[in-house]
Write a protein that binds this ligand. Structure first.
Ligand code: GDP
Ligand code: IMO
Ligand code: MG
Length: 453
């Protein structure tokens, strides 16, 4: 039988690139993807959903991307949303229209017919579960720790995907009959949850969640997306067969990964590069370059342990200098010194080949910079990161103190432009985690970048 080009993956070179976050998200993946997109034919998102907020600043204009791949600002590139993404179709349409109104060419957008759909009841469920965790049963008083989700329906949509019976995929939006049946099952399965919500939300809100209304809304949004829906797995393999290179964009971060992150304070998907295989159908073997994005300090949004957290004036100073407020929810991010134990773990999990160190400019002006280079747990030293949240919460960091640098570095364009102590800081980090530095970012702008080597 003749082989199609797309079925020859076993003989293809490992010429694809992945960009993955090495901390708890918001490392600057959007900026890294925008930089690397120039050398690739297609950019593909493989996990997460509109919980992601990826910022790209080009020519002084800031773009906040949630579902659309961050390579979209290069005209002519294919921008693919893979099957592993959970897609809020209304948010996607809004995002694409917003980009078009700013003159961005979105003709390269493609959406997997097998990506799962986030529906309004997923967001309601997300919110109800979070609210439940913050209440003492029966009293209404605040109590247990919520995960601090983005309330974008991510966990419930992935749960339905695994549960299967009522999950809706993008392809279903294009078939009224299939959609009607699936929504019918979903509304039946979620009836008690929706009753509880309806009692609090009132009649007008609850009326929006009738079968007929949901079917009409979902069909209408499906019609808008229809031109970009396709079998993206075969599309990507076709590109590979033609010798084209693909850039994979991770959402969230390694320490938020559902398996390898600080469970249960994680998101619902595989953020690590292993997610490329399930989330796009491209074998991870074809990814030869793995760029691990590491912010020069630590941040975290939502709950869960952050061993190096700074709850003092130093933390506030870093938060303000780094404008550490969520791209998606606007929440202030928790801030801490760089945790190299955590980053070294993420480098190991992803097989990182080079670092992209971001937000180094934010650390200018401190006399000393502390980095975490060891852990102690229950009085014993630990030579490794502890991904279990309960264990990590008991960790005491061991510090190495490095000299700070006073000069602003936003104008640096080569390594030799950096002050000696800034160089020393990044070299120390790279040596500790055992991989070379590929890129140093010294400001949000595309041009505020040092490409190494
Ligand atoms: P992502 O989710 O990993 O794409 O990261 P976000 O976009 O949510 O957060 C990173 C923030 O830092 C954004 O506001 C970026 O514009 C900004 N940023 C990226 N790199 C740098 C840098 O080197 N210096 C400064 N000051 N800001 C940066
Ligand atoms: P980007 O791609 C930072 C966090 C949430 C919460 C936990 C679970 O911009 O780096 P979810 O809504 O996913 O169920 O929330 O994960 N979280 C992120 N934090 N950046 C992100 O994405 C995040 N995506 C999810 O704050 O703690
Ligand atoms: Mg972000």
């Amino acid at each position: 039988m003749p082989q199609t080009r797309s079925s020859q993956a076993s003989s293809l070179p490992n010429s694809c690139t992945a960009v993955v976050g090495l901390q708890w998200g918001d490392e600057g993946k959007g900026k890294a993807v925008d930089l690397l997109a120039a050398d690739h034919h297609a950019i593909a998102r493989y996990n997460g959903g509109a919980n992601a907020g990826h910022s790209v600043v080009v020519g002084g204009q800031r773009f906040s991307l949630h579902l659309v791949p961050s390579g979209i600002l290069y005209p002519g590139k294919a921008a693919v949303i893979g099957n592993g993404v959970v897609v809020d179709p209304w948010k996607l349409v809004e995002e694409i229209e917003g980009l078009r109104s700013r003159g961005v060419d979105t003709s390269g957008m493609m959406l997997s017919d097998r990506a799962h759909v986030v529906l309004p009841y997923h967001k309601i469920e997300d919110g109800l579960r979070e609210d439940l965790l913050t209440r003492v049963p029966g009293t209404g008083a605040a109590s247990r720790e919520a995960i601090g989700t983005t309330r974008r329906g991510i966990g419930p949509a992935y749960a339905d995907k695994i549960q299967r019976a009522c999950a809706v995929r993008v392809g279903d939006l294009l078939s009224k009959e299939a959609l009607s049946q699936k929504l019918g099952i979903a509304l039946e399965m979620k009836a008690s949850m929706l009753r509880e919500w309806g009692a609090a939300a009132g009649d007008t809100e609850a009326a929006k969640l009738t079968h007929s209304r949901l079917l009409a809304d979902a069909t209408a949004v499906g019609e808008k997306l229809a031109p970009m829906v396709r079998d993206t797995t075969h599309y990507l393999h076709g590109l590979l067969g033609d010798g084209k290179r693909i850039l994979f964009e991770s959402a969230n971060g390694t320490l938020l990964d559902v398996d390898h992150g600080t469970y249960p304070f994680v998101t619902g998907s595989s953020c690590v590069i292993a997610g490329i295989g399930t989330g796009t159908g491209v074998p991870p073997r074809l990814v030869g370059r793995v760029v691990g994005v590491m912010k020069a300090y630590s941040t975290r949004v939502g709950s869960g342990p952050l061993p190096t957290e700074l709850k003092d004036a130093t933390g506030n100073r870093i938060r303000e200098r780094g404008r550490e407020y969520g791209t998606t929810t606007g929440r202030p991010r928790r801030v801490g010194w760089l945790d190299l134990m955590a980053v070294r773990y993420s480098v190991m999990i992803n097989g990182v080949t080079g670092l992209c160190i971001t937000l180094l400019d934010v650390l200018a002006g401190f006399d000393e910079l502390k980095v975490c280079t060891g852990y102690e747990i229950d009085g014993q030293p630990s030579d490794r990161f502890l991904p279990d949240a309960a264990a990590l919460a008991r960790v005491e960091p061991a510090w190495t103190t490095l000299p700070g640098f006073s000069e602003e570095i936003g104008g640096a364009r080569k390594l030799s432009d950096l002050p000696a102590n800034a160089r020393r800081y990044i070299d120390f980090a790279a040596e500790f985690v055992g991989v070379p530095i590929d890129i140093v970012s010294v400001g949000p702008g595309r041009e505020q970048t040092i490409v190494c080597g």
